[in-house]
Design a protein around this ligand. Structure first.
Ligand code: FPP
Ligand code: MG
Length: 321
């Protein structure tokens, strides 16, 4: 078993997990797994060994999350920037991805039993074909599982994600599926790779770096950010406990800020429907006009998003053929 590791916890670990469980526990954890190469250098190993240890640490983190009731994890596996690394390292990481996705699919019955769904966030067209095939296979095989979610950001950066979403909206307008006035923050969000996912509650970056490096910039606006000095392969469950305790200490202000932002966004969408009706009917605008505008906008948007989902799924199905 390589992805679904099961480990016995010490009594102290169980005790702390139970105490933390009394407070709010994040439902979605995002991780920037930084420090693999520094770890390799420290241990006099080659870089790929560092990344392989990094992968093992990820599987361990998944097992801690299962024990703690965190049912969604998003990991920054490979950014678009990482393609600029030496060819040998990039090729090594791609081979590691192929090997691990193949092992993942060997465990597909276990994944189904635990209800694990794998999602891949990023521009998969940038990945070598051999990786694309495994990615597509893993995503399609697990797409109906719905108990816990592992989101792997591969060939991902937030700026590319937002640019791609903007491109989809432009296409929707130019092909007549959408009207320019349908475009809103809410709709753009639904065109991101993370569509339908919960925003991360807690985001951890290891290795002492204190930046987000173009990871989930849109989605983490109201997340708790935790920066740990430890190198990723050296992370322990105690670091995760520390991060959860930090999250609990800030929980109240985080949830207030998130609620406030959602209210503002809802008001913006309603005001946009009123503006469209004013432009059409001037002073004669009625509540019926506004209701009709809201319902036709909702219908157009639903059809557009349905089409977008089908395009993305069909792309993966094509790769698997
Ligand atoms: C960052 O550390 C890590 C990466 C760019 C790669 C992360 C990949 C894995 C942990 C393997 C996961 C594989 C699969 C298939 C899920 P770094 O290389 O930037 O290290 P440094 O900061 O010490 O230089
Ligand atoms: Mg790094």
């Amino acid at each position: 078993m390589t992805w679904l590791v099961e480990k016995n916890r010490s009594w102290a670990e169980w005790a702390v997990a139970r105490i933390l469980g009394v407070g709010p526990v994040p439902r979605h954890l995002a991780v920037i797994m930084d420090g693999n190469r520094r770890y390799a250098r420290k241990e006099h190993q080659d870089i790929l060994t560092g990344h392989t240890r990094g992968f093992h640490k990820l599987t361990e983190v998944l097992s801690w999350c299962r024990d703690l009731g965190i049912n969604e994890v998003t990991a920054y596996v490979f950014s678009i920037e990482n393609f600029k690394r030496p060819k040998q390292e990039v090729d090594g990481l791609m081979d590691l991805a192929v090997e691990k996705f193949a092992e993942l699919l060997e465990e597909k019955d276990k994944l189904a039993k635990h209800g694990v769904r794998i999602r891949v966030l990023g521009n998969v067209t940038l990945l070598p074909e051999r990786v694309q095939r495994w990615v597509a296979e893993a995503v399609l095989t697990t797409k109906d599982n719905d108990k816990c979610f592992l989101n792997l950001a591969l060939a991902y950066t937030s700026r590319e994600e937002i640019g791609t979403a903007m491109g989809e909206l432009c296409r929707g307008v130019s092909e007549g599926q959408l009207q320019a006035s349908d475009i809103s923050e809410e709709l753009l969000e639904k065109c991101l790779y993370t569509r339908g996912m919960r925003d991360p509650d807690l985001l951890i970056r290891t290795s002492g770096e204190v930046r987000l490096s173009d990871f989930l910039l849109w989605q983490s606006g109201f997340s708790c950010l935790f920066f740990a000095k430890v190198l990723w392969p050296e992370l322990t469950i105690w670091h995760l406990f520390g991060a959860i305790f930090y999250y609990q200490r800030h929980y109240h202000t985080l949830t207030e800020a998130r609620r406030e932002s959602l209210n503002v966004r809802q008001c913006m969408v309603e005001e946009s429907d009123i503006d469209v009706c004013h432009a059409k009917f001037g002073e004669k605008v009625t509540a019926e006009h506004i209701a009709a505008q809201t319902s036709s906008r909702t219908e157009r948007i639903d059809a557009f998003l349905q089409d977008l989902s089908e395009r993305r799924i069909n792309y993966l199905k094509e790769i698997c053929k």
